[in-house]
Design a protein around this ligand. Structure first.
Ligand code: SF4
Ligand code: SF4
Ligand code: SF4
Length: 657
């Protein structure tokens, strides 16, 4: 207990890390934001439209000053994923990406940007907020927006920090509520599938009037990256009214603040009461009804998919009293058909989609993909690229583990640790954005190397990050891992012994917590892991506590690896030029890496064309969650479910791709 008090005192005297709002622009000089077009330089070649994997660019005709007609790009920002391939291919440098990420509007049509709009440099326009309130009721309503999140896809990862200490949405009177009955704002974050749509409609219809809907990310507006997926809803506003659209893929957290200020402005200035309600009958879902003849005291409880502790995944629990006698995994809320989508995109275009298989650790997926293509194509990336890839992968591992430590702490009732861990994660995302151009979806590793060189000041950024994070690990020890209450909730809970772990194909930290020290980085080294000095943390106990402990120890090892990679970074090129529409020789390849959740493998077949003939991804969470978790939960009390679930560090999108 003394350790916890000591850690809390340390936190109390620590400088707060809440960002300013409105923020100073640009948010980061390195981030990939809205485009800007130099119409004089544009030759109308259309290469940008051809490479765009999302069909976001249309070539439109405009008359030039000398009376000629020329074609220019027009971009639908709601179809764009800000990958930057269009700017990369542009032969004249006419099209560039700025570092301006803000795109918020009440009308989604305003996201279609004609060339003249693209030619204007973007600027942040805050709503005036000086309007005289029409009534005291509107004034009060505008300042007490209570929000129910429905995170349907990867956008979750940038919407959730808005509720953490870094962005502190309570400054705006915005509170998160677990129940739609108490909420007047529904924030839909990410892509919507038919299965989630019915739940969204149910949540929406339970909210009291007036109610407002914010759609976060490009997917709810157009299907975004998944414009050609059979299982993604293309226009959410066909089913429920959407008052505020926030573009981005994912948007940064700050635009939620802008959207809220815009909403406050509309509510108190115009008495805005939301758009007209429309819910087609066919998408409504009935509540669960017990089956006839069900045993007394036997309940079926759906744990998720709209549950703060489940992510977008559901476990159907059958309870006798408060003990589980049967658990069934219910996936399908996030299915987008990735392997098929990749077979319809060129080898290079796939670099912008592949990391979306698991938003929690997208860097690992792009790395595994790039390495598999290189194996097929016989391309060897330069040494400098290998070191940069290692830094990228380890940054991703750290932020993923911090996210998980926060979630398991929250599941065990330690909300402060969630705020601390997610605040620390911001420091990692800061460095990540400077290295790759994005906080979440790097789109950095590509066949042939990486897409940009190490920025000049990255060494100092890394030093600063390591200096801040190392002592923080002690805070996690004192506040969480040495805390008798956390131990009470996790030691011996959700136990998996070594034989079971091997039998059920557990991988990564889950496997290593059960006594099996296998790590692809050590046992089958790739990139430059074989030259770096690091340990593989391993424990015998196999319970929720030790799975958390492995992740905590791995953060320490990843910091060591990053320091070494920065120190030993060789000079030279960072990529080998491969053609944008390259053809890969006929053949097949199977390649694995160690992602944050463990062994991740790609199997790909090439028929010699410009796109993969077959793609199969073996993600790290398939067996642990869909097969083993229901068995581990059998006999457990209901109260243990969140802790056990998060101790396996599920990424629903990984096994539900
Ligand atoms: S940034 Fe990517 S998705 Fe957006 S328009 Fe350019 S190529 Fe298309
Ligand atoms: S912006 Fe560049 S790639 Fe696009 S049409 Fe103009 S010159 Fe061609
Ligand atoms: S693909 Fe982009 S817009 Fe769609 S849910 Fe994921 S991050 Fe959000």
């Amino acid at each position: 207990m003394a350790a916890s008090v000591k850690a809390l005192l340390k936190l109390f005297f620590r400088k707060p890390m809440t960002y300013r709002f409105p923020p100073e622009m640009p948010l980061s000089e390195f981030s990939r934001g809205r485009h800007v077009l130099d119409m004089e330089k544009c030759r109308g070649c259309g290469a940008c439209a051809t490479i765009c994997p999302n069909k976001a660019i249309e070539m439109v005709e405009r008359e030039t000053e000398d009376g000629k007609v020329r074609k220019y790009p027009q971009i639908d920002m709601f179809k764009c994923c800000f990958c930057g391939l269009c700017a990369e291919i542009c032969p004249t440098g006419a099209l560039k990406l700025t570092n301006f990420p803000w795109l918020v509007a009440m009308d989604k049509k305003s996201y279609i940007m004609p060339p003249e709009e693209l030619a204007k440099p973007p600027e942040l326009q805050m709503p005036p907020m000086k309007v005289k309130p029409k009534s005291i009721v509107d004034w009060a309503r505008a300042r007490s927006l209570w929000i129910v999140f429905y995170f349907t896809g990867c956008c979750f990862l940038e919407a959730a920090p808005w509720a953490s200490s870094g962005f502190d949405m309570e400054r705006f009177g915005l509170l998160t509520k677990g129940s739609p009955r108490q909420s007047d704002v529904l924030l839909v974050g990410g892509y919507v599938t038919p299965k989630t749509l019915r739940r969204i409609v149910r949540v929406y219809s339970q909210m009291p009037r007036p109610k407002y809907v914010m759609a976060f990310g490009c997917c709810p507006a157009t299907g975004g990256t998944y414009w050609d997926s059979y299982n993604v809803i293309k226009e959410l506003d066909k089913y429920i009214p959407v008052d505020m659209w926030i573009a981005g893929c994912p948007p940064r957290p700050e635009p939620i603040g802008l959207a809220v200020v815009m909403a406050m402005d509309a509510i108190q200035g115009m008495g805005y009461q939301g758009k007209e309600e429309k819910v087609p009958e066919e998408v409504k879902v009935p509540y669960y009804e017990p089956k006839p003849g069900e045993k007394e005291m036997v309940f079926t409880v759906p744990f998720g998919p709209q549950h703060p502790a489940s992510g977008n995944f559901s476990i159907r629990l059958r309870l006798d009293g408060e003990y589980i006698f049967e658990a069934e995994a219910v996936p399908g809320y996030l299915h987008r058909g990735f392997e098929k989508l990749m077979e319809y995109r060129s080898w290079y275009q796939n670099i912008m989609i592949v990391q979306r298989i698991c938003v929690l650790d997208g860097a690992s997926y792009e790395l595994a993909y790039a390495e598999t293509v290189e194996e097929l194509a016989g391309v060897e990336p330069p040494d400098r690229a290998k070191y940069l890839r290692v830094i990228q992968a380890e940054l991703s591992r750290i932020q993923s583990h911090l996210l998980n430590i926060g979630l398991i702490a929250k599941a065990a009732g330690f909300d402060t640790v969630l705020n601390v861990a997610w605040g620390d994660r911001e420091k990692v995302l800061y460095v990540r954005e400077r290295l790759t151009g994005s906080r979440i979806y790097d789109i950095y590793s590509a066949p042939g190397g990486v897409r940009r060189d190490m920025p000049e000041k990255l060494r100092e950024d890394v030093e600063e990050m390591v200096k801040k994070l190392r002592p923080q690990l002690e805070i996690y020890d004192d506040l969480l891992l040495k805390n008798p209450m956390f131990k009470e909730r996790t030691v011996g809970v959700g136990k998996v012994d070594r034989d079971t772990a091997v039998e059920y194909d557990l991988v990564g930290p889950n496997l290593r917590a059960s006594g099996m020290g296998f790590d692809v980085r050590k046992d089958v080294p790739y990139e430059v892991y074989g030259d770096l000095d690091f340990k593989v943390p391993c424990y015998e106990e196999g319970d929720a506590y030790h799975r958390t402990l492995v992740r905590r120890d791995e953060i320490e090892q990843s910091l060591n690896i990053i320091e070494q990679a920065v120190d030993e970074m060789p000079k030279g090129p960072f990529r080998k030029k491969v053609p944008f529409f390259m053809r890969v020789p006929k053949g097949e390849a199977w390649h694995c890496i160690e992602s944050a959740r463990g062994e991740l493998c790609f199997y790909m077949v090439s028929d010699g064309s410009d796109r993969p003939y077959r793609v199969k991804v073996r993600g790290p969470t398939f067996d642990s969650i869909l097969v083993l978790l229901p068995k581990v939960l059998k006999g457990a009390p209901l109260a243990d479910v969140p802790v056990v679930y998060w101790s396996f560090d599920n990424c629903p999108a990984d096994h539900d791709r």
